[in-house]
Design a protein around this ligand. Structure first.
Ligand SMILES: *Cc1c(COP(=O)(O)O)cnc(C)c1O
Length: 395
């Protein structure tokens, strides 16, 4: 983004940043929201202006007031130097990785990372002469033993969005710094409201803005926020690759951000309520929610996070595939589909497949992932109770 002033009052709280950040009504004839800017061509008045290239905007691909409005808010929330809005969460991951490596370098990725990010690393980075290795999400300071002199990037996702291992970013950041590598963190689950990786020593934070920032299941977007040191590399790679997000999409991300704090509070309380309820059900063998004392990484979550997201997992006692179908096929409220972060609840059977390579996932039952939305909690529990009864009958 440019250096243009979008700032809310100095040292504003998160809620005030979300409501007042990224908009300057005085520049929009008093209208509260920054409108959708659509445009490719930006005009120059004189040859001197064209030569100087010092106008705030030069060409559409560099961004516009609508995209910058979103970037300003995320920068403030993450405590970043700058942020760029990109077309998807996956684009945020791929640009971040490409910004850190060149042929001959090495990348370390948490074994619980978002699968398409792994596919990019395995299928593309390796073709470009970068070696890709995975680490146990619970490795902690042991990561130092995996570092090579050519390791330039470490990708963490805390917690992993399918299996919910929490990684101690402060510990990984120390290892990265000592080894001359950059630490990239996917912070989609907690949002900067509940986890601020840059403050813990990370270099780059990526978001699937598609999820919590947007909040309404109607836009694809991603953000990359960095410290000052990494910014130029990220912006250079983004520019070289030609990634740009439209003003229309940016407008909807900004609209979602305005209510992020209230939504997160509701999601957190509701997800915890359902998680605790699931823990008491006979067919449930484990609930994977970092805020539950039963979670193996609860202590790290307590130390590094100030809240929890909408998304968690649970494992049902082993059963035939038919029982899984009986569980999900007849749900009345929970929908089945990828993505999450909207107002509506989702339940997804998790197929681990190629999503893990270092730390095999225990085959002790059937894993499901749920996103808890804003429906009535009793209705949600009734839907789950009926599904559990069908599962039990089909087992
Ligand atoms: C969905 C998701 C992504 C990818 O975001 P898209 O906008 O769908 O490309 C990345 N990381 C996590 C944790 C996600 O859940």
């Amino acid at each position: 983004m440019s250096d243009h002033k979008f700032s809310p009052p100095a040292a504003a709280s998160v809620e005030t940043v979300l409501t007042h950040g990224g908009r300057v009504p005085d520049e929009q004839f008093g209208f509260v929201n920054t409108p959708v800017y659509r445009g490719s061509t930006v005009l120059f008045k004189t040859l001197a202006d064209l030569d100087a290239q010092s106008q705030r905007y030069l060409y559409g691909r560099g961004g516009n007031p609508t995209t910058e409005a979103v970037e300003a808010v995320v920068t403030e929330l993450e405590g970043a130097y700058r942020t760029k809005l990109v077309p998807s969460g996956l684009a945020a991951i791929t640009i971040a990785l490409l910004a850190c490596v060149k042929a001959g370098d090495d990348v370390l990725i948490t074994d619980c990372a978002y699968e398409p990010g792994r596919t990019f690393a395995d299928g593309y980075l390796t073709r470009m002469g970068v070696s890709v290795r995975y680490f146990d999400p619970r490795i902690g300071a042991g990561l130092a033993e995996l570092m090579q002199p050519n390791t330039r990037a470490i990708l963490a996702e805390s917690p992993g969005s399918l299996t919910f291992e929490v990684q101690d970013i402060a510990v990984l950041a120390k290892v990265a710094r000592a080894g001359g590598a950059r630490l990239i963190v996917d912070n989609s689950w907690a949002t900067p409201l509940y986890h601020r990786p840059l403050a813990l020593g990370a270099d780059i934070v990526v978001h699937a803005a598609t999820k919590m920032f947007v909040g309404h299941s109607d836009v694809m977007a991603g953000t990359i926020s960095t410290n000052e040191e990494c910014w130029a590399d990220v912006e250079r790679i983004r520019t070289l690759l030609g990634f740009f997000s439209s003003g229309d999409d940016a407008f909807l991300v900004a609209r979602g951000l305005r209510t992020l704090a209230v939504r997160m509070k509701e999601h957190q309380a509701r997800a915890l309520d359902i998680a605790l309820w699931l823990e008491r059900q006979d067919e449930v063998s484990r609930v994977l929610h970092p805020a539950l004392p039963s979670h193996p990484d609860h202590a790290i979550w307590k130390k590094n996070f100030t809240g929890a997201g909408s998304l968690f997992g649970f494992v049902l006692k082993p059963a035939r595939r038919e029982a899984m179908a009986a569980f999900v096929d007849h749900m009345r409220i929970f929908g089945m589909g990828f993505s999450w972060g909207g107002y509506e609840s989702l339940c997804l059977p998790v197929k681990m497949g190629k999503a893990r390579s270092v730390k095999p996932w225990p085959q002790d039952g059937n894993l499901f992932r749920v996103h808890i939305g804003f429906e009535d909690l009793d209705d949600l529990k009734a839907d789950l109770a009926a599904a559990l009864a069908r599962y039990s009958a089909a087992r």
